[in-house]
Design a protein around this ligand. Structure first.
Ligand code: VGL
Ligand code: ZN
Length: 187
């Protein structure tokens, strides 16, 4: 059992239509992260949700020389949060908004670290999509920025372009100091 404290924050990473089944860059079982995240929200006063928010000519798209299909174009339905995600009282962090730069981490090019510090946040709890990309990058940046990072193991899913990518990402997060728990461990 892990008791959430007042200066803890929940960071929900990229739970957007394009990363869920039926989307442009679907993560297998991506929508399965939603029930544990909706459940977890109730314990937190400070909740942030990142969204991948690309311009149409973004460098990460295959047609522009990048490695991904067109996804999460700012303002498109694919970029919307999944309709089942409860976004009440969530502060939205938009990332990778510039055409010539990709950003997997919710801290990269955003004011997330400042917002957390302003609220005197010491620990962040992270779930969402995708384990091997934006969740990993966000967790590693949180640690680098001096936050304690806890990953909600049942509330993440990965792309696994290569089999084992998500498992490797989990190992790397653990090696760098992230701790793992289940959403049902919170109270
Ligand atoms: C992501 C691939 C491209 C993610 C974002 O949210 O993990 N993955 N853009
Ligand atoms: Zn992207």
């Amino acid at each position: 059992m892990k008791i959430v404290k007042q200066n803890d924050a929940l960071i929900i990473v990229d739970v957007q239509n394009d990363f869920c089944p039926g989307g442009a860059l679907p993560v297998k079982e991506g929508d399965k992260v939603i029930p544990p995240l909706n459940h977890t929200k109730r314990f937190f006063e400070h909740i942030f949700a990142t969204r991948d928010w690309h311009p149409e000519n973004h460098c990460s798209f295959e047609k522009n020389g990048g490695g991904w299909p067109v996804h999460c174009v700012a303002g498109s339905q694919g970029a919307d949060f999944h309709p089942d995600l409860d976004i009440e009282q969530v502060k939205i962090i938009q990332k990778a908004t510039l055409s010539d730069r990709d950003a997997y981490s919710g801290f990269d090019g955003t004011d997330l670290a400042t917002q957390l510090s302003n609220k005197n946040i010491k620990r962040v709890f992270v779930g969402g999509l995708a384990t091997d990309y934006c969740v990993k990058a966000t967790v590693l940046d949180a640690l680098k920025s001096g936050f304690e990072a806890w990953v909600l193991e049942d509330a993440i899913r990965g792309v696994d372009l290569e089999p084992g990518d998500s498992a490797k990402a989990i190992t790397e997060m653990k090696e760098k100091g992230a701790r793992f728990l289940n959403s049902s461990d919170l109270e």
